[in-house]
Ligand binder design. Structure first.
Ligand code: MN
Length: 371
């Protein structure tokens, strides 16, 4: 219901546009342009609030796919080029030459963060330039860490303000911000999106001397068929989408796991505690369970022990991969003792999760082959 609202306003706005072109009176055209402008501002406010409430509810999911970093950046800059030009500002961008262009991630959300930061930089800079830069380096687990920087020669942000600006409903320079509009949610949303994308956001600034906003995101590299083989191992079909039960009480982790598994086509069913996991398994067939250890009510260790107890009667074996914030060896031991097949520690690294899933399901395939 709520999700339909921005679309409705987009249509209204388009309609206004269409009417504006058919009206003769200049006054009426002005009124309609004002209406259209107000509708657009309202749409942005509603979009921000919807995004923010989805983030708060843990419902915001990344839509990961292959995309070009260069195109994404170019596109964001182009969108704001006219606004920069009107103010007489130079808006330029660059990508370090050794940066991999083709990556797997959510281009819409990367663009959203870029638009927010570049938009702010243009709004709060009266003269000079806004410069956007991107670099990316490979990490040990083969994922990529991209760093985006937005430099401006604007009014700058004091040390006190720097601590607050990523909090919701905060705006720096009250009167100026009011003139420029906005909900004060943009940076809070950006901070959350960046976190969902496995990165962080921060600002370097000196009052009167401009600011540099930085954010990092993790992307998966685009791999050919050969590394996919490596990931999934011989004997199992690398393209087979799995039906996965995710038992996890933390909304941010649910979102992260969903975004990591989506490109492989896996279907995820979400539950929030051990009891719900048990009843989901009774109702539905799953290929694998991702089990958080700490959950309210029945935790992951108890739920796994109960699943294994029930399996002793049926002779079946559900692959279970533990997700835990405890990076201690003792915990790993407890997971395995409870009957879990594999173990992934948080913060979850994409490579680890995929490897654990593939090896846990392979382990079942092997078991099933034995009569
Ligand atoms: Mn938990």
């Amino acid at each position: 219901m709520l999700a339909a609202m921005p679309m409705h306003i987009v249509e209204t706005s388009g309609l206004t546009n269409c009417i504006v072109s058919k009206i003769d009176s200049e006054d009426q055209r002005d009124y309609l342009r004002t209406v259209e402008h107000s509708a657009e501002s309202l749409m942005q406010v509603i979009d921000d609030i919807l995004d923010f409430s989805k983030i708060e509810a843990g419902r915001l999911e990344l839509d990961c796919r292959k995309f070009s970093l260069r195109e994404c950046l170019e596109n964001a800059v182009k969108t704001l080029q006219a606004m920069a030009h009107q103010k007489g500002l130079v808006l330029e961008w660059s990508i370090r030459p050794d940066t991999l262009d083709s990556v797997i991630g959510d281009p819409i959300r990367v663009r959203q963060v870029l638009l927010n930061l570049i938009g702010n930089a243009v709004k709060f800079t009266e003269s000079g330039s806004v410069r956007v830069e991107v670099t990316a380096k490979p990490l040990q687990d083969r994922s990529l860490l991209a760093e985006f920087q937005v430099h401006d020669t604007g009014i700058g942000i004091t040390g006190d303000q720097q601590k607050l600006i990523f909090e919701p409903f905060r705006q720096v320079n009250g009167s100026k911000a009011r003139r420029h509009g906005g909900t004060g949610l943009g940076l809070a949303i950006s901070a959350n999106l960046v976190r969902l994308m496995g990165g962080r956001i921060w600002v370097d600034s000196e009052e009167g001397r401009g600011s540099t906003f930085h954010f990092t995101t993790r992307f998966e590299p685009v791999v050919s068929a050969q590394p996919a083989e490596l990931l999934y191992g011989a004997g199992s079909d690398p393209d087979r989408p799995l039906s996965i039960l995710l038992a996890e009480d933390d909304p941010a982790s649910r979102t992260l796991v969903a975004s990591l598994l989506k490109p492989s086509g896996h279907r995820i069913t979400n539950v929030c505690n051990g009891l719900q996991a048990l009843s989901a398994i009774e109702r539905q067939e799953f290929d694998l369970v991702l089990m958080d250890i700490q959950m309210p009510g029945m935790d992951g260790l108890e739920a796994t022990a109960e699943i294994r107890k029930r399996e002793r009667e049926t002779g079946s074996h559900m692959p279970i991969v533990a997700l835990t914030a405890h990076a201690l060896n003792g915990d790993q031991q407890r997971c395995l003792e409870a009957g879990m097949d594999r173990y992934v520690s948080k913060p979850i690294r994409p490579g680890d999760l995929l490897a654990a899933i593939s090896s846990a399901t392979r382990c079942r395939t092997a078991l099933e082959a034995i009569p």
